[in-house]
Design a protein around this ligand. Sequence first.
Ligand code: HQG
Length: 188
Amino acid sequence: MTNPIVGITEKQLTAISKYLSFVLRHKPDAIGLKLDSCGWASIDELVDKTTEHPLTAELVDLVAETNDKQRFAINSNRTKIRANQGHSIDVDLALTPLIPPEKLLHGTAERFCASIQEQGLSKGNRHHVHLTESKTVAASVGSRYGKLKVLEIDSKKMHEQGFIFYRSANNVWLVDNVPTEFIHWHIS
Ligand code: HQG
């Protein structure tokens, strides 16, 4: 199968993914690549120093985005890449910026909606606004505060505009805030 975006096969994508895992998790030295203390490498530098695959920045993006286990993270301005886990070299991962799905959900109560419509979703006392892929989770979170309202968030658009998303170990998506223009009100 050939990928229409860059004309590359799934098999080649897998080979590049394995190569990136090797370089970013274990042996950046093998190609003379420098990682920072959090494991990030410059995509330009990675592309420049790679000789065994026909690597481009677009291809790095594609591999990171399509990887079955989301092994890689790309920063918000798409200049850096790192492996999300599995390192044998010493890096400090903390929370990993991730590419979010196209839409995420936020469960809230109807009584908060006028304020949310005005100010967007804010994190309040928490470190982040909490979002989920699961309608069931959104419903149970929102129902804690009154009559349920589930909001749909344009997370892909937010990501494209530079918002940084994280996903906790238990699959809660986290973002600093959600301005109103990314919120859809039509569901539930
Ligand atoms: C609302 C639980 C007015 C927001 C769950 C929410 C979750 C606004 C409430 C995690 C607003 C805050 C978080 C605005 C947001 N005006 N209301 N501008 N912006 N709100 O509990 O998302 O048990 O702090 O919609 O599973 O409900 O803590 O946030 O209704 O993942 O581990 O203000 O808490 O996990 O409520 O829940 P919360 P949340 P834990």
